[in-house]
Design a protein around this ligand. Structure first.
Ligand code: COA
Length: 527
């Protein structure tokens, strides 16, 4: 076994453990209580909803990691196929604080809604939530209005919205069925009201009965909020599937899983991706070795797996054309980490070419940023880097990003980091991202502090400096790690490197069904 493999396997084991935490929801006690009430868990509901044997691309499973809230942020989100149609599904996890929404839940659902909007996916909400997490209400009440806005704007865009209510759906939660195109409620279980009996008592003095106030039967027969009354959870899921079948989305039906005759498997087994990237990012690696294990191998209509563009120019960025699950893509992959003027110019030209041919782009990150120093400043690194960022920001073809290794400084921006709205962004367990590397950042602080002491005519405390540097280095190292960044919903998930091809294949099939955006135009390029 290579050293790289052993180290990466260790990271993958940590990733599996973090995912297991998310799947465990509120823990054994609350899961057992939920099952004893005859109710299904969110992932069980999703599994029943999806077409048999189809894949589910879970998004942001580590949201909330490292915070005071449970890993997963009390909601499951992802993309799956229902009645042949790719849909964005969100499902509250009622075993975690009653499924209440905390600040991370909001971020996770906002991101899911953004993905649905950009890719024209129907939204299915599987609802059972105690509404706002009351102790953190100040962080969620004002931004939380966006949930209402997103749902109604989706409907206005003719992006169908379906709410299936399995349990409590109070206050803010009540507006999920209120604002959805289609609603299903489970008899004897769904309870949808603006205010539950205690709040009604406080507000008006009325003694209200829960079923009369917001039960499924009442909403189906009296208020009309429920379009369908389901006998039980299975019946509710059956009805939801029938609704999807009648949405008239045949034009964007998910493709049948492509057979190997349509495209060839990669030249090199993706299993060996664990061998390619050293966990110590100071060790260089050739990104072509990643590409060869991710893209389609040579086959009919794809004689060469990877056609490189400008292979001899700006060699610390590899660019070229390939196919993935039969979908054409352009790839930009960092090689030796640093981006020089040549690399920036090459990237800018390549992005323009992809826009011209309407080819989606894949960015494989391993960059420490743009080159600094007198020679490079005089060579125009700022204007060349700006041109690359301009090209990325205004490119209108769909972008996918995978943080394979380092993603530092403006290199993160030029390579289409999160702020540049790639359609999907995933990280490998080896990824690291920050404004700069930990040692560099601590060193900069030290130099600035030393200069300050000198200017004041004071002696510099070397021991305190060493301690400060060690502390800052450790802090930045921790903050740069993929679980932390994924916890903050700065990516769509940390993935096992071996799953990269499958994950990107699902993303490309989602993208392929959405309308191609207008070509648009670029900003002024500074020459
Ligand atoms: N915010 C934060 N924590 C909440 C919460 C909320 N909105 N609602 C419930 N919780 C907590 C409970 O305190 C409990 O914690 P504990 O187990 O540590 O004591 C845990 O979540 C489970 O709640 P519990 O009431 O035991 O679950 P349940 O399944 O029997 O009932 C509800 C679920 C949703 C019916 C019930 O919790 C409830 O009515 N919550 C308040 C709903 C509300 O009015 N929300 C206001 C929205 S703006």
């Amino acid at each position: 076994m290579t050293g790289a493999r052993a180290a990466m396997q260790e990271r993958v084991a940590e990733l599996d453990a973090a995912h297991a935490q998310a799947v465990a929801g509120g823990g054994e006690k609350y899961v057992a209580r939920h099952h004893a009430r005859g109710r299904l868990l969110p992932r069980e509901r999703i599994e029943l909803l999806l077409d048999e044997g189809s894949a589910f691309l879970e998004l942001s499973p580590l949201a909330g990691w490292g915070s005071d809230f449970a890993v997963g942020a009390s909601v499951v989100t992802g993309i799956g196929v229902v009645e042949g149609v790719q849909c964005l599904i969100t499902a509250h996890d009622p075993t975690v604080r009653g499924g209440a929404s905390n600040p991370w839940t909001l971020r996770k659902i906002f991101r899911a809604n953004q993905i649905a909007a950009e890719n024209d996916l129907p939204l299915i909400s599987l609802v059972e939530s105690a509404g706002a997490d009351l102790p953190t209400q100040k962080e969620i009440f004002i931004p939380g209005g966006r949930l209402f806005r997103d749902l109604t704007r989706a409907s206005a865009r003719r992006q169908p919205t379906i709410a299936v209510v399995f349990g409590s759906s109070t206050a803010g939660g009540a507006y999920v069925p209120g604002l959805s195109d289609h609603t299903v409620m489970v008899k004897g279980a769904a309870q949808v009201f603006l205010a539950g009996p205690p709040l009604v008592k406080m507000a008006t003095g009325e003694d209200a009965d829960e079923e009369a106030l917001g039960g499924a039967e009442m909403h189906a027969r009296v208020s009309g909020l429920a379009d369908h009354l389901a006998e039980d959870e299975h019946d509710a899921i059956r009805i939801a599937r029938r609704i999807v079948a009648r949405l008239g989305r045949e034009h964007c039906a998910a493709p049948e899983p492509a057979t190997s005759t349509e495209y060839a498997e990669p030249e090199v087994d993706p299993e060996t991706l664990l061998d390619v990237v050293p966990v110590d990012l100071r060790e260089p690696f050739d990104p072509r070795e990643v590409v060869r294990r991710v893209v389609d191998g040579p086959g009919p209509g794809n004689e060469v797996a990877f056609d490189e563009f400008k292979a001899l120019y700006g060699t610390s960025l590899v660019t070229g054309w390939a196919r993935l699950h039969g979908h054409p893509i352009g790839i930009l992959a960092n090689a030796q980490g640093v981006l020089f003027s040549e690399e920036a110019q090459k990237a800018t030209q390549f992005i323009q070419l992809a826009n011209s041919s309407r080819t989606p782009l894949l960015f494989l990150h391993n960059t420490t940023g743009f080159m600094v120093g007198e020679r490079y400043e005089q060579g125009g690194i700022i204007k060349h880097g700006s041109a690359m960022i301009n090209a990325v920001a205004n490119s209108t073809v769909p972008h996918l990003s995978v943080l394979v290794g380092a993603s530092y400084g403006a290199g993160n921006y030029g390579m289409n980091g999160r702020a540049f709205d790639p359609r999907f962004l995933f990280s490998w367990p080896s990824a690291k991202s920050a404004v700069m590397g930990p040692a560099q950042l601590a060193g900069v602080l030290s130099i600035v502090a030393r200069a300050g002491a000198e200017a004041r005519g004071q002696d510099y405390d070397e021991a305190a400096d060493a301690a400060m540097r060690a502390m800052v280095e450790q802090q930045i190292e921790e903050q740069s790690l993929p679980f932390v960044l994924s916890g903050m919903v700065y990516d769509d998930g940390v993935i096992d490197p071996r799953d990269t091809r499958t994950v990107l294949g699902i993303c490309l099939s989602v993208i392929a069904l959405a309308p191609d955006p207008d070509a648009g135009s670029f900003g002024v390029f500074r020459m």
